[in-house]
Ligand binder design. Structure first.
Ligand SMILES: Cc1cc2nc3c(=O)[nH]c(=O)nc-3n(C[C@H](O)[C@H](O)[C@H](O)COP(=O)(O)O)c2cc1C
Length: 214
């Protein structure tokens, strides 16, 4: 870890690690970016294969290409939601609209965000659909470590996947060999919004002891 250690405890960090989509274009020091990848690299992987690979994209042209891929993914995702974001039992219409607005902001500013971190797996052999599906379990612990580390360092970040729908285009953009697959794009920068607590379902709804019951 570099010098900039945070005083946040692990529980505080987890409970306040919201997806932060509105980010300043101000550069993030490379030491902090390295700290994020180092934290991600401490996560476990199935059979300890340590296949996770991380690409920190700062180059303007590459960011532009990823922003365009994200735009296509977001537009398809949002088409049915943009005028009517709806609501969920645990997320009011107001909150859902705020999320959609933030996704739209991120879509329009993605290329200005200082670092776009791509979480990949390298399977050491041409990646089949089955390998890619199983790779999820070994990449997401690292992604969550990265998000927690960003929050502890007061950096904004969010896990995103919509830019990565077109696997061939992503591989071309990032020069990925056929043994690698990209799983998440995590934009990182200094937050424009304010940090706050996450809002999650109550334990009564999601926890049972011993056996499931309604
Ligand atoms: C697997 C996965 C995929 C996601 N993909 C996107 C995405 O493509 N774009 C985006 O803006 N957010 C994406 N998110 C972020 C979620 O929308 C966010 O984590 C969720 O709404 C909870 O937000 P909160 O932590 O701020 O409460 C993704 C999250 C996960 C775990």
């Amino acid at each position: 870890m570099s010098e900039s250690t945070s005083q946040m405890g692990v529980f505080d960090t987890m409970y306040n690690c919201r997806a932060m989509r509105r980010l300043d274009s101000r550069e993030v020091p490379e030491t902090l970016l390295r700290d994020l990848i180092s934290a991600a690299n401490q996560a476990p992987s199935g059979s300890n294969t340590q296949g996770a690979r991380w690409i920190v994209v700062r180059d303007a042209d590459t960011k532009q290409q990823l922003a365009e891929l994200n735009r296509q993914g977001v537009d398809t995702y949002l088409a049915p939601l943009i005028d009517n974001p709806g609501s969920l039992s645990h997320q009011s219409g107001d909150k859902r609209k705020r999320m959609v607005d933030a996704v739209v902001w991120q879509r329009d500013h993605m290329h200005e965000i200082p670092a776009l971190i791509i979480a990949c797996m390298d399977f050491g052999a041409p990646a089949t659909n089955d390998m890619i599906a199983r790779g999820n379990g070994s990449i997401w612990p690292g992604i969550q470590n990265l998000l927690l580390a960003a929050r502890a360092l007061d950096l904004g970040a969010a896990p995103t996947t919509l830019a990565l729908n077109d696997r061939k285009a992503v591989a071309e953009t990032l020069n990925l060999p056929d043994s690698m697959a990209a799983y998440a794009l995590i934009p990182v920068g200094y937050p424009l919004g304010t940090f706050g607590p996450v809002s999650r379902k109550p334990l009564e709804e999601i926890l049972r002891f011993d056996k499931w019951s309604d």
